[in-house]
Every structure is written in C-alpha cells, then in structure tokens.
Write a protein that binds this ligand. Structure first.
Ligand code: NAD
Ligand code: TYD
Length: 357
C-alpha cells in the first residue's frame, strides 16, 4: 500500500493512527480534516517535516474538495475517521451529527466511487474504503445479554449512534450496489493519549489533577468495553490489509468496566503517582444527573477478527490506563491548548444542570 487518505486524522483515534502509520511506515498519508473543536494539530507536530505526510484542511461533505484531493494524491485506500463523536453533544445539538456523519459520509462515498471507477482495473481491485464505526450502533445490552456480534441487529439509541448507523448502512449499500471495495469496523470505547477531555477518561484525569468534582452520570453502573487506542489502530491496519471486502469486523478490548470502576481506577493511579499527604482522589467523585437514554451496557464479541485475522489487544486495562495518565501528566502544553474558552463553555453547558443528582 502506497498512499492512504485519512479523514479526521487530527482527532483522537485518527491522529494516533496517522502517527502509527508514519512511524511504522505503513503508508504515505494524506490527512483531510475540517479542524473542528475536537481536533488538535499539535498532536501531529512531529510530522511537520515528513515529506510523506500531507495535511489538507477541509470537510468530507465538500465533494469538489474531496474529488480534487483524490485526483491530486491518488490514494490506494481511504480510511474514514471524520465524525462528530460525542454522545452528550449529539443530545444537545444533533444537527452537526447528521451533517457530518450521515451526509458527509455520503459525499465522501460518492466522490470515492467516482474516483475508484476511473482507476485501472488492477488498482480498482486493490482499492479499499475503510469506514471506522462504533459499537453504539447495536444499542444497549442488559447485564445478561451476550456481547454484540457482527450480525447483531442495529438498534441505535442516541443521535450520535443513529448517525453512525446510517453511515454504516450507506457504506454497505455502496459495496452492494456499486461494488466499491468497502470494509466497516465497529469498535468499543477507546482511551489513550490525545483524547479530547470531554470524554470520560481524560475528563476524569484532568478534573482530578485540578481537584475538581469527577462527574459520574446516574449510579455509575453503566458498563462500557474499553480498548487502548494503539490496539484499535493495529486492528484497523490489519482489516485494511487483510479484511474481506464488503464485511464488517467488531473490535473490542474484552474489558467490560462500570463507569464507577473506571473512575476509581484512575483515582488509584493518580493516588500512586501524584498524591500529597495521602489525598484520595476518589473523594472528588460526584454522582450527577444521568444522560437521557443512557445505554446500560456495551460488550463486544471480537471472535471474528480474532479467528479470521489473528488480532487481539496487546494492552491490559491497567497498563493502558497507566500510560494514559502518564501521557496527560507529561503533556501539559497539549492539555492547555485544548482547554480554551470554547471548552469551558461546553463544560458549563453540559454539567451546570446536572449538579443536583
Ligand atoms: P474525535 O471527535 O476525537 O475526532 C474527529 C475528527 O474528525 C476531528 O479531528 C474533527 O476535526 C474531524 N472532523 C469532524 N467533522 C469533519 C468533517 N465534516 N470533515 C472532515 N473532518 C471532520 O473522534 P475520535 O474519537 O477520534 O473518533 C474517530 C472515529 O472513530 C469516529 O468516526 C468515531 O465514530 C469512531 N469511534 C470512536 C470511538 C471512541 O471511543 N472515541 C469508538 C469507536 C468508534
Ligand atoms: P463517553 O466517554 O462520553 O463515551 P460514550 O458515551 O461514547 O460511551 O462516556 C463513557 C461513559 O461514561 C458513558 O456511560 C457516560 C459516562 N460518563 C459519565 O459518567 N460522566 C461524564 O462526565 C462523561 C463524559 C461520561
């Protein structure tokens, strides 16, 4: 594989993927990103002199721009990370989610199809469109339900999940209708370096370091499966190279945790690393008003990717969490750059009404 068009490569998972791709020489990378609030080009600063990395600022929904990028850079594959990704924001303002996740993916698919149809038959066969999606499309599990499989029916419950589900269906349709060589992955919650601190794990780490309350929605018993971001990136690269076109692959960490447990584990790591005079960070835990329609449990059966492609996560939750906390402790310039006025406004908007639980 020579050139990869990565969309959304200035966000959390996309940037980790781009850095891994260049470090491990997986491919030359063209990164197309709109640079929304969730992006940070500082994450990619080490690539600024890399001749095999190009950044283009733009929207996946701008078909003329996407077509020009495709014509100019002639990628051998596209990996689509670009999305609005935060469930709480999708509840407060769903419009952006429909615009990017659904309509944007449609425009990207359409531009990709037109580009792909003009390739030589040899390059057409080798071309791949990998769509990065979420386990949230499958809806909510009860504590005794079996984990999500690739054939679990879609039942999205939030505007975010619904917009991603719609994009997954479009990708499927472009394979079945036009033969575009697509692949879809549905992954569980990621954590690791460079995640925007609106999500549970970085929010908890940074609030705890500042001595601020650690907000837990509802009773903290909702369960998520957590995967270290580098393991996700390895899985994506494997699916890109060896996945069967037209198919979907579930990716997960086989690591189900209640939210309360996640927050308590972070507190314990911080107690070890930074506590002065025996301060217990867990004393900052604050139960707050629940998220509307809060899915009870996500769990992934990753038997297919394990059997067919031989992938399994390398990082344990304890080792991944330690690396993550250490990364936030040693990257205060990155942290400061993302906690701007807009971030403070979001914290106010999302948490002010939740205080009285
Ligand atoms: P993120 O919010 O951190 O980053 C999204 C990136 O996409 C940002 O850089 C943003 O600027 C860019 N973007 C947004 N709209 C765009 C547009 N219209 N055109 C071009 N770029 C645009 O998201 P993330 O957590 O890195 O997630 C990446 C992908 O992985 C998403 O598709 C998400 O649904 C999926 N996913 C995320 C998780 C998770 O736990 N974070 C889990 C499974 C799947
Ligand atoms: P989040 O990181 O937003 O990911 P997702 O909603 O995609 O799973 O949230 C993870 C879990 O943590 C989810 O069950 C909601 C919960 N949560 C809190 O309890 N408090 C918070 O402040 C946040 C942001 C999330």
């Amino acid at each position: 594989m020579q050139t990869l068009l990565v969309t959304g490569g200035a966000g959390f998972i996309g940037a980790n993927f781009v850095l891994q791709a260049r470090k491990s020489q997986w491919a030359n990378v063209v990164n197309l990103d709109k640079l929304t609030y969730a992006s940070n080009l500082q994450t990619l600063a080490e690539l600024q002199d890399d001749p095999n990395y190009h950044f283009v600022q733009g929207d996946i929904g701008n078909s003329e721009l996407v077509s020009n990028v495709l014509e100019q850079h002639q990628p051998d594959a596209i990996i689509n990370f670009a999305a609005e990704s935060h469930v709480d924001r999708s509840i407060l303002s769903p419009q952006d989610f429909i615009q990017t996740n659904l309509l944007g993916t449609f425009q990207l698919l359409e531009a990709s199809r037109l580009y792909w149809q003009k390739l030589s038959s040899q390059r057409q066969k080798q071309f791949r469109f990998l769509h990065v999606s979420t386990d949230e499309v499958y809806g909510s599990l009860s504590p005794t339900d079996t984990p999500f499989r690739e054939d679990t029916p879609y039942a999205p419950n939030s505007p975010y999940a619904a917009s991603k589900a719609g994009s997954d269906h479009l990708v499927r349709a472009y394979y079945h209708t036009y033969g575009l060589p697509t692949l879809t992955t549905n992954c569980s919650n990621n954590y690791g370096p460079c995640q925007f601190p609106e999500k549970l794990i970085p929010l908890t780490i940074l609030n705890a370091l500042d001595g601020k309350p650690l907000p837990i929605y509802g009773d903290g018993q909702n369960v998520r499966d957590w995967l270290y971001v580098a393991d996700h990136c390895d899985a994506l690269y494997l699916v890109l190279r060896q996945g069967c076109i037209g198919e979907t692959y579930n990716i997960g960490g086989q690591n189900e945790q209640t939210n309360l447990n996640v927050v308590e584990k972070i507190c314990a790591v911080l107690d070890d690393l930074v506590s002065k005079s025996g301060f217990k960070h867990s004393s900052l835990i604050a139960f707050v008003k629940d998220r509307p329609g809060h899915d009870q449990r996500y769990a992934i059966d990753c038997g297919k990717i394990y059997r067919d492609l031989g992938w399994q996560p390398k990082e344990s939750f304890d080792s991944g969490l330690l690396k993550t906390v250490e990364w936030y402790l040693s990257n205060s310039a990155w942290v400061d750059s993302v906690r701007s006025g807009a971030y403070q406004n979001w914290i106010k908007q999302n948490y002010e009404d939740r205080k009285a639980a």
